[in-house]
Design a protein around this ligand. Sequence first.
Ligand code: NDP
Length: 242
Amino acid sequence: MFPLKKIALVTGGSRGIGREICRTLARDGWRVAINYNRSADAAKALADEINGIAVGGDVASPADVDAMFTKIRAELGEISLLVNNAGIGEYGLFTDLSFERWNELIGTNLTGSFNCCKAAIPAMVREKSGCIINIASMWGEVGASCEAAYSVTKAGIIGLTKALAKELGPSGIRVNAVSPGCIETDMMARFSPDEREALAEETPLGVIGQPSDVAEAVSFLASDKARFITGQILGVSGGFVI
Ligand code: NDP
């Protein structure tokens, strides 16, 4: 199903879930391009650790994404796996949400995936092979109070996943999403210990998830074990959303 070279790009690979996805894919034999926006040192250290490359760029910027793909093609070759993971969150009342912040969330979480898909897909279509995995969120499935913009972007990611799966299936390209619940990363830092405990209690499995829980789901979807799976939204939420 895959072309000869296992070359992957993970956006937002410098920290959190993305970093664990990079490590897990490297374990599975992928050469990984680790995209970062601000955390250059962390991305470079990870590249040394997993024999990958670090590529800077804001996924919301088409010019940055073009430059990123040029560097990856020059140093590793064409990618056959794209993991759209880069994302930002925002918590607050809808009435306090500014136009600028709304656009920032749409830009990073949704247009970022659009930009990377646009850059990656033509070569995948030529090869008649490839895999795209989008990191959604359970809030994109059911909506979260005080996270309207975030929920909208993740619902958009789910729509993009299903639409592209239908459009690209005939070209041998699989498109799936992983939809995490509460996962222990910097994104959760704004919650107090009490709030975290409440979130764990609300989770049927009784704990907050770890980045590796998401990374192993990505590893599966990227592998040939998932060769007949496309257009699916795989929940990794400990049962929070069923
Ligand atoms: P973190 O805040 O820990 O990490 C975010 C990552 O995204 C960083 O590597 C950051 O890079 C990168 N990033 C942010 N903005 C940009 C940008 N404009 N261009 C390129 N990279 C960018 O978040 P998580 O690891 O928790 O989240 C990863 C994904 O998982 C996100 O899409 C998030 O929505 C999703 N998710 C997370 C959940 C959770 O509970 N943690 C739950 C559900 C979904 P840098 O530091 O270099 O700027």
